[in-house]
Ligand binder design. Structure first.
Ligand code: AGP
Length: 606
């Protein structure tokens, strides 16, 4: 999942592309590069690591020219090195940047190497540069060359080609990986998403799968893979904020943790109609038509679906299955029992979730996209969109998008229950007012940084940790463990508390940190018994609970409390201290909080 950009017709091309790449660094930060065409010659700059290194290279050796392409990399094939950094160049005539995976690259590479083409990297992407060189050498023009190459390659791709043969245009194509074309007043641009181009233009064309285009300064000619011309809609995308800054916080994650009261309030407002009713923006008939839900998502979003299952089954009595998107995609699911697929994604671009959504749609399910990035591919391809209003989330570890997703999912469960008549208006209004109290409660939980800091200090010494929760807090235990893993690189595992005694309890030894999530709900007694069993084996319990939960667990020394809350809302409120604990542990360990190793914010490969 890399970020690609391009510009044609802009005289500050190098600087413009660097700025656009800054807006795409969330997609990968293993290496980066930019190439321009100047005086008929290809001029290349690349650097390993974060964009700041490329910026330094460009400051030392400027790039001229009014046409260029750029890339920020998340390594899939070939280690992290300058040779494997994009753009790749073939014979100083063709340069390419690519996001995705060319699945049949080995076969193609073998054929090209036998034909005498020399490769400089270990990547799958480099085959594209030599394929275009081969096609141009065979006398094919840009359209026929692209058509024949798209017929040969397999896999997911969004790529851009800059060739000395065609000095005033870019050749771009997409299949599964996102690609937007930006129409400027005197220049045109391309990017992995419209956000990358927002500082240049808001007039955007989203290419469809199997489309390719020839982009010049004043024209965009679009074709389908068979070479036939295609018309694609030009949309005006919402003005996006400039490069989001940290607002005085040390990290984007710290800022986004603090933005949760607003993210929850705005997302709740989006679910409320102008009469103040919680309708989830859906018509009653559409809600009544929902007879079974398949939830599709990855990572943190997947854990949000697991919490929502409890709510929807309880409030609306509608069966729900929570699927790991990458698994669902390649299964032969018996879809007939379900009417609706809900795909949940912060970025709206996770390829596993997008492909699972398409799979569900091909099985005849009605599709709903619960999305934080407006205009993203999943939003555009869903039959219906439930928006979260968390605002741009830059930190790779999801925080405010998670609590915003839970707010929208609980609102949806209430609206569904009302439409189905499984809860009455009074109960719905009661839950609605409790959700309205959440921003205030979360605001109070944000004062826990100082309480948690010393606990994080001791946790940062650990090599592994367990997270326990029961009921709606079981998925939150999974989420808490994911946060600690991805931020501090401490091996952490989440379990349903009741499941411990069936095996995982063997992991417990003297001093093992166990983060326990406990709500004052009907299973509190059972859950605290499970904690007693863990403490009896030497586990060091770090308890996260409501103020009224403390008395229930008097054998625990390390306690983090949040204000009392209705059990229904406990997973949203208790998520905040779990986030703060993982954040502060990572700060203690000195890891890269906003851009953890080996990760990226939006995963656009399968
Ligand atoms: C969460 O902190 C991670 N960044 C990751 O698990 C993420 O939730 C997952 O990749 C899904 O992303 P999405 O919500 O944008 O689809």
């Amino acid at each position: 999942m890399c970020g690609i950009v391009g510009a044609v017709g802009h005289d500050q091309c190098g600087a413009v592309l660097l700025d656009a790449l800054k807006r795409l660094e969330y997609r990968g930060y293993d290496s980066s590069g930019i190439v321009t065409l100047h005086g008929g010659k290809i001029d290349l700059r690349r650097a390993v690591g974060k964009l700041v290194h490329l910026e330094a290279t460009l400051a030392a050796r400027r790039l001229d020219g009014n046409v260029g392409i750029g890339h920020t990399r998340w390594a899939t094939h070939g280690g992290v090195s300058e040779d494997n950094a994009h753009p790749h160049v073939a014979a100083n005539r063709v340069s390419i940047v690519h996001n995705g995976i060319i699945e049949n690259h080995r076969t193609i590479r073998k054929r090209l190497e036998l034909a005498g083409y020399e490769f400089a990297s270990d990547t799958d992407s480099e085959v594209l540069a030599h394929l275009f060189l081969e096609a141009f050498d065979a006398g094919l023009d840009a359209v026929r060359a692209t058509k024949s190459i798209l017929a040969e390659i397999e896999g997911a791709y969004a790529f851009a080609i800059l060739a000395t043969d065609y000095p005033n245009q870019l050749i771009v194509a997409r299949n599964a990986s996102p690609l937007a074309v930006g129409i400027g007043d005197e220049a045109c641009y391309i990017g992995s998403d419209a956000l990358a181009l927002a500082h240049l233009t808001r007039k955007v064309i989203y290419l469809k799968d199997d489309d390719f285009a020839l982009v010049s300064a004043d024209n965009v000619a679009i074709y389908q893979s068979d070479g036939s011309p295609a018309n694609r809609e030009t949309v005006i995308v919402a003005a996006s904020p400039g490069i989001v800054d940290k607002g005085g916080y040390r990290h984007f994650m710290e800022k986004e943790i603090h933005e949760q009261p607003d993210a929850i309030a705005h997302s709740l407002a989006a679910m409320t109609d102008n009469k103040g009713q919680l309708t989830a923006t859906m018509q009653v008939d559409d809600l009544r038509a929902i007879t079974g839900i398949v939830m599709l998502a990855a990572g943190t979003s997947h854990y949000a679906t697991q919490v929502a299952r409890y709510w929807i089954e309880t409030l609306a009595k509608v069966p729900v299955v929570c699927e790991v998107a990458s698994e669902y995609r390649y299964r032969n699911p018996v879809a007939s029992a379900f009417s609706t697929a809900v795909a949940i994604s912060q970025s709206g671009e996770s390829l596993d979730t997008l492909m699972a959504l398409r799979h569900a749609s091909s099985c005849g399910l009605h599709t709903i996209g619960l999305i934080n990035v407006p205009g993203s591919t999943i939003a555009r391809e869903s039959d219906f969109v439930l928006p979260t209003r968390a605002g741009p989330e830059i930190g790779v570890a999801s925080t405010k998008a998670f609590t915003a997703q839970l707010t929208v999912l609980l609102s949806f469960a209430v609206a569904l229950g009302k439409a189905k008549g499984t809860i009455d208006t009074e109960r719905a209004a009661q839950i609605h007012s409790q959700i309205q109290s959440l921003p205030g409660l979360v605001g109070r939980a944000l004062s826990l940084f100082d309480t948690i800091r010393p606990i994080a200090h001791s946790l940062s010494q650990a090599r592994s940790a367990l997270y326990l929760g029961r009921g709606t807090l079981y998925p939150l235990a999974l989420e808490g463990a994911l946060k600690l893993k991805e931020l501090s690189y401490i091996h952490a595992e989440g379990f349903a508390s009741g499941e411990m005694k069936h095996g995982p309890i063997a992991l417990i030894e003297e001093g093992l940190p166990i983060v326990a999530l406990l709500a004052a709900d009907e299973i509190m007694a059972k859950a605290s018994n499970n904690l007693r069993e863990a403490a009896a084996r030497g586990g060091q319990i770090i308890l996260i609970t409501e103020e009224r939960g403390v008395n229930e667990v008097d054998f625990v020394n390390t306690v983090i409390t949040v204000p009392n809350v209705d059990p229904l809302l406990a997973p949203i409120l208790l998520a905040v201290p779990a986030q703060i604990l993982a954040y502060l542990t990572a700060v203690e360990k000195g890891t890269d909080v906003d851009q953890p190793r080996n990760l990226a914010k939006s995963v656009t490969v399968e």
